[in-house]
Design a protein around this ligand. Structure first.
Ligand SMILES: *Cc1c(COP(=O)(O)O)cnc(C)c1O
Length: 377
């Protein structure tokens, strides 16, 4: 059986974890957390990066820092993971879903402005498959309407838009290091802060609403409760694991990229013949081979394709069920405008196995099985 995902492992992780244990420092914000923060700052250009317990938590931090509250509206795509929406719903806000572009599956930047009301406080672009949203347009709309921008860059490590890392355009950028992402710490994430004046408030929110970070730097002589906050600081064990992977990011990325390119090459004839559609990477976007998907004609064909692949030992999967069609989505949000693409495109999409270490042989098995399906149908 060819798995859909195998969590990345490069070999140095255990040594770093042992080191953290030997130093009797496994709570948060030790050597490895700082190394990861610094790595992220150097590789993204963010003012400050803070490792968190998940991308969900990074987004919760962003919602708190942006001061989102009851009655506020937050615009986001419906085609996304629940973690894009929950942090704002937890603050009492209403989620306003808008339609996606069929080419990238990202928020359609042209549909944001019509969804803005006087209650709108923020836009949350999701960079699906590590392919950037149209950030120039989105930032321009945000400036004109004085809105905050929180980028869900969970899948966006090492991706860029016009040469700038994802997560560094908005007020906050949220990354995930869950085991399904390109680099992993099991469960974990990071928040990128792009303005100097956001750094201290973010440290406070992440440290249970205390100014403990300042205390550890020796800037104050005791620490206390200064604001609302929670516990968003990961253990050094997880940070040590991640650090091994960040150091080896080029190895991971080269491997994933050659898998992605191989899929693209091998499946292109089927796309040329009009049988399937392949991912689109717009000009100016550098993607990170986070995901390889294809689109079947419709839901029925997709169901049969997934079944066919399963019978050939290939585990391919569909992705998000649009949030606005879920029971919680209906309760906490509304869809603005027409659902032209969200439902239809999500029902056609199939993700193929793609992970660090996927062998060429397994790769051919997957492509052969796809080709066989289309020869027969
Ligand atoms: C993975 C993912 C998340 C959640 O990440 P966690 O680290 O598991 O909280 C959020 N948004 C998107 C788009 C994701 O792919």
């Amino acid at each position: 059986m060819i798995s859909f995902n195998v969590p990345p492992f490069v070999g140095t992780e255990m040594g770093y974890i042992q080191d953290a244990v030997r130093e009797h420092k496994i709570s948060g914000d030790g050597k490895y957390t700082k190394k990861c923060d610094q790595w992220l700052e150097e590789h993204t250009g963010a003012k400050k990066a803070l490792l968190t317990t998940s991308c969900t938590h990074a987004t919760e931090m962003a919602a708190l820092l942006a001061g989102i509250g009851p009655g506020d509206e937050v615009i986001m795509p419906s085609y996304t993971f629940v973690s894009t929406a929950n942090p704002f719903v937890l603050r009492g806000a209403t989620v306003v879903f808008t339609d996606i572009r069929p080419d990238t599956m990202n928020l359609d930047e042209k549909l944001i402005e019509p969804a803005i009301t006087e209650r709108t406080r923020a836009i949350v672009p999701v960079h699906y498959a590590g392919v950037s949203c149209e950030m120039d347009t989105i930032m321009e709309i945000a400036r004109r309407h004085n809105l905050r921008v929180i980028e869900d860059a969970a899948q966006g490590l090492m991706s860029a838009y016009h040469g700038k890392a994802l997560g560094t355009f908005g007020d906050y950028g949220c990354y995930s290091f869950h085991e399904t992402k390109n680099c992993s710490m099991g469960e974990g994430g990071a928040i990128l802060l792009n303005r100097e004046d956001e750094v201290e408030p973010a440290e406070i929110v992440r440290e249970k609403g205390t100014n403990r970070s300042k205390f550890f730097r020796g800037q104050i002589d005791k620490y206390t409760w200064v604001d609302i906050g929670s516990s968003y600081l990961p253990s050094e064990l997880n940070a040590a694991y991640l650090y091994g992977q960040l150091e080896a990011v080029d190895v991971i990325q080269n491997d994933r990229m050659s898998s992605w390119n191989r899929y693209y090459r091998e499946l292109h004839p089927l796309a040329d013949a009009g049988r399937i559609e392949l991912p689109v990477v717009p000009e100016g976007c550098v993607h990170n081979a986070h995901m390889f998907y294809l689109k079947a004609r419709d839901l029925d064909e997709r169901t049969r394709l997934i079944q066919h692949l399963r019978e050939r030992g290939v585990y391919a999967v569909f992705h998000y069920v649009p949030l606005h069609s879920s029971s919680a989505g209906r309760r906490f949000g509304r869809f603005h405008g027409e659902d032209r693409y969200t439902t239809r495109e999500s029902e056609r999409l199939v993700r193929l196995p793609l992970y660090f270490g996927l062998t060429e042989e397994d790769h051919h098995t997957v492509c052969d099985a796809v080709r066989e399906f289309y020869r027969k149908s």
